[in-house]
Design a binder for this molecule. Structure first.
Ligand code: COA
Length: 166
C-alpha cells in the first residue's frame, strides 16, 4: 500500500490545499494529512479545529485521513508508514524553501521521498494568511475556501471582535 503524508499548518485549509489533497488521493493508496502544531506560528484555529475542518472537507475522499503532529515531519511520516511526503509548489518563491526541506529530510530519512505537485494555477497566489487578512477586514473570502470553512473563519473573527468590545 502506497501511503503519502501531506503536512502543513492548514490554518485554515484552502481550496489550494484541497486541490493538492484530491490529486494526491488519486495517485496514492492512502493519504494522511498531517496538521502541524507549529510553534513558530500563532494560529487562528486550534490544531483540533483544523483537523475537524480538514475531516469535513475530505469526508468524501475515502483514502484520506487527518492527524495532528508535532516534532519532526520524518518521524510523523514513519509513524504513518509513509514513504512519500507531498508538498504543493505555488510559485518559484516556494522552491528554495521546499528544496531545502526536501534535501534535509532526505539526508535524515533516505527511505522517504518528497513529491512536489504544482498548485492549480487558479490558486497559485493563495495562502492561509492572505485569506485571514481579507476576512479580518470584512472582505469576501468565498472564492478561496469551502463555504463551511469560510463561515468558520468569519465567525472566528466576529468572536474576536465581540471580545474586543467587551
Ligand atoms: N494552496 C494554498 N496555500 C498553500 C498551498 C496550496 N497548495 N501550499 C502552501 N500554501 C500556503 C499555506 O497556506 C501556508 O500559508 P501561511 O504561511 O499563510 O499559513 C504557507 O503556504 C506555508 O505552507 P504550509 O504547508 O502550511 O507549510 P508550513 O511552512 O507551515 O509547514 C512543514 C511546513 C509542516 C512541512 C514544516 O514546517 C515541517 O516539516 N515541520 C516539522 C518540523 C520538521 O520536520 N522540521 C525539519 C524540516 S527539514
Amino acid at each position: 500500500m502506497k501511503t503519502a503524508v501531506y503536512p502543513g499548518s492548514f490554518d485554515p485549509v484552502t481550496l489550494g490545499h484541497y486541490d493538492i489533497i484530491e490529486r494526491t488521493a488519486k495517485i496514492m493508496d492512502r493519504v494522511v494529512i498531517g496538521v502541524l502544531q507549529n510553534k513558530s506560528k500563532t494560529p487562528l484555529f486550534s490544531a483540533q479545529e483544523r483537523v475537524k475542518m480538514l475531516e469535513e472537507v475530505t469526508k468524501d475522499l475515502t483514502n484520506v485521513e487527518v492527524r495532528c503532529f508535532d516534532g519532526l515531519l520524518i518521524d510523523f511520516a514513519r509513524s504513518c508508514n509513509a514513504k512519500v511526503i507531498v508538498r504543493g509548489l505555488r510559485a518559484v518563491t516556494d522552491f528554495e524553501y521546499e528544496l531545502q526541506m526536501a534535501q534535509t529530510n532526505r539526508v535524515i530519512a533516505p527511505e522517504i521521498d518528497t513529491l512536489f505537485l504544482n498548485t492549480n494555477l487558479k490558486y497559485s497566489y493563495l495562502s492561509s494568511s492572505i485569506v485571514k487578512e481579507i476576512a479580518e477586514f470584512g472582505g469576501d473570502i468565498r472564492g478561496f475556501l469551502h463555504p463551511q470553512i469560510a463561515q468558520k473563519v468569519i465567525e472566528k473573527f466576529a468572536q474576536g471582535k465581540n471580545l474586543e468590545t467587551k
